[in-house]
Design a protein around this ligand. Structure first.
Ligand SMILES: C[S@@+](CC[C@H](N)C(=O)[O-])C[C@H]1O[C@@H](n2cnc3c(N)ncnc32)[C@H](O)[C@@H]1O
Length: 335
């Protein structure tokens, strides 16, 4: 592995991500790491071998750390902070031996959830960062949060594994489970497994930034709706939930009697977010074309126009997401 370098202005040490290891010429028909993992046409987007074996790290979609870094500030601005109130009002989380709150962050990527949340909660915290990608776990470990809101110590450990197979035992001692931009890349069965583990552990789950399937672009374009529909279909490929993730998660937690709160957490991107918007647009349009190849020509022109509007400071984009907080069932641990 080559030595990490630093991207100008970037907080994270960055080296070319696995997704960029074999760069391809970029045309309108390439899916670029803007709206999801880097999956090239013809590759299996996600491998689900629940019966006969497990998804290996090599088979699973990979996320470029550069993309996760690019979206981090928009994610931070979008998060529904009001969902933290019930967490702050709860008694201290399950003890980790030193009385601190143990937080399990699932699909942590480079650790943006911890960097956002740890300094917003009082008291000592121990974060257990889960991901199947060891490369991203490395970034999460080196850029981990240091202190809580009140200055208390925050410690971190990383765990490599498949969060879609999470068990209640793996969450033993957890005071909080978090995830960010994860639910929509899981299947219904996987979300049910996750909900069962959280409910069994008797701790709240803050599951944020799931795509809602709605996008607003100003000025409007006649092709917006068709690209949105094709992108949403792309997200649902291979049984993944995509824009159905929050509904599925609400149903899954309800099965365990867990009260669920859902709040909007949209990205609102203006002229000051040009780099993120450009990358998102390329990924969004590219995925739509991969899903519906007949869109290629019109979508190519559309993308060029949109990027010109962006460069002229004339484009505003709202990408709707939802944050979900599931609380433990009143009266104790859910079955
Ligand atoms: C869209 S990224 C979000 C990363 C991070 N939470 C953030 O908000 O920046 C999704 C992350 O979930 C991880 N992931 C997806 N499915 C997973 C699974 N079944 N088991 C473990 N990690 C998974 C990916 O490796 C990736 O890091």
């Amino acid at each position: 592995m080559s030595r990490p370098t630093t991207v100008p202005g970037g907080a994270l040490p960055v080296q070319p991500g696995p997704a960029q290891a074999d760069p391809q010429p970029r045309g309108h028909d390439d899916v670029i790491a803007g709206a999801g993992p880097m999956v090239r046409p013809g590759e299996r987007p996600t491998v689900r071998l629940r019966e006969g074996g497990s998804t290996t790290a090599e088979e699973a979609p990979r996320y470029a750390p550069e993309w996760l870094e690019l979206r981090e500030s928009a994610d931070a601005a979008a998060r529904a902070v009001e969902l933290l109130d019930p967490l702050r009002n709860r008694p201290a989380g399950a003890p980790d031996g030193s009385g601190g709150l143990v937080v399990h962050d699932l699909g942590c990527g480079t650790g943006s959830m911890g960097r956002w949340l740890a300094p917003r909660l009082d008291g000592a915290q121990h974060w257990v960062l889960h991901d199947r990608d060891p490369y991203l776990l490395h970034f999460a470990a080196v850029a981990s949060p240091q202190a809580a809101a009140d200055g208390s110590r925050v410690t971190v450990e990383t765990r490599r594994g498949d969060v879609a197979r999470l068990t209640q035992d793996a969450l033993d001692g957890a005071g909080l489970v978090t995830a960010s931009a994860l639910l929509d890349v899981l299947t219904r069965e996987e979300v049910e497994t996750l909900a069962a583990a959280c409910a069994g552990a008797g701790c709240p789950a803050l599951l944020t930034l799931s795509v809602a399937g709605r996008v607003g672009l100003a000025p409007a374009d006649p092709l917006d709706a068709e690209i949105t529909a094709a992108f949403n279909d792309h997200q649902r490929r291979s049984g993944l939930l995509g824009p159905d993730a929050v509904t599925a998660a609400c149903e899954a937690f309800a099965e365990h009697g867990a009260p669920v709160h859902v709040r909007p957490s949209a990205w609102r991107l203006g002229p000051g977010d040009a780099a993120l918007t450009a990358q998102w647009l390329r990924g969004w349009v590219g995925a739509a074309v991969e899903q519906r190849p007949q869109l290629r020509e019109r979508a190519g022109t559309y993308l060029v126009n949109r990027l010109e509007q962006l460069q002229a400071g004339e484009l505003h984009v709202t990408v709707h997401h939802s944050d979900l907080l599931a609380l433990p069932r009143t009266g104790g641990v859910a079955p």
